[in-house]
Design a protein around this ligand. Sequence first.
Ligand code: NAD
Length: 313
Amino acid sequence: MDLPPPETRPLGRTGLKLSAIGFGAAPLGSMYGAIDRADAVRSVHHAVEHGINFFDTSAYYNDSEVVLGEALRGGWRDRIVLCTKGGRISKTEFDFSPAHVRASLERSLARLGTDHVDIFLAHDVEFAEDLGRVCTETAAELHRLKAEGKCRFVGMSGLPLAALVTAVETARLDVVLSYCHGSLNDTSVLDVLLPVAERHDTAVINASPLSMGLLTQSGPPAWHPADDEIKAACRKAAEVCAAKGADLARLALQFTVSQQRLATTLVGMSRVEEVNKNLAAAAAPLDEALLRAVMDVLAPVKNRSWPSGTFSG
Ligand code: NAD
């Protein structure tokens, strides 16, 4: 298949140039259902060969780091920018203590088969009992790990933009990762986080352009935290697309990638077919009439999110 590589854009002032589509490796850890491991490994190579140079995983994504590590053996690691995260242990367990975060990165490096990652993030910091301590003590440990060469850039990830704004304002971060706020149904990352991050010289990674499956023809997984109204509006958007022979995921990806202010957007993938579909979508022009019709359907739930963690702003 003839697939032009995605555009590359600078990640803030890090000096990194990332493909506008990044490879989200949560699905490699079967977070969205069982995977075919051989196809998953091929999907990583296929993505790199077609110009996707940014990969994101986490200690939390089951065996995603192991599968990705397997795929990166044999020289592939050196061709990509690799991000992992620590501090989130399970759905309900978190440990952002300096000792845990350090041990987590060391285990991640072993699982990924590398001596350093490019980006290391404290994962889902809105769940910390005390975000203030994460922004001081954990951040200091992140900077020590950076000084030791175990990672090149450090930061934090999370859902509530208010928590990320606090982190950006208080923790001297290279980068933050925001998800489900830079997509068709929610563009609040552009107005709420980007201006603050730009002022503090912190780069922003955008993730989940399909809003974790909400913006697909088949709909989200059962665990999806959105309320019924959001789910119903997205289902209706999928119907509008189906009636025109179009695909909501394709439109959603095109919309997000067309936002030039977003350096890179991580989309979850585990199959060669998905990589092809997403690269083709990114290269094709947006159908403006379809976009307007879908935006109209999503307007009642625009920028509406869901609770996450204990941070109350
Ligand atoms: P997403 O919005 O990218 O959706 C992923 C789902 O959509 C998966 O089921 C995938 O198989 C499916 N999919 C991919 N391409 C498709 C297509 N063309 N058509 C139909 N379905 C398609 O959500 P995500 O995977 O949660 O987010 C992307 C990545 O961002 C993650 O893998 C992870 O690396 C990162 N992320 C990080 C955090 C965090 O740090 N807290 C949170 C969310 C996501």
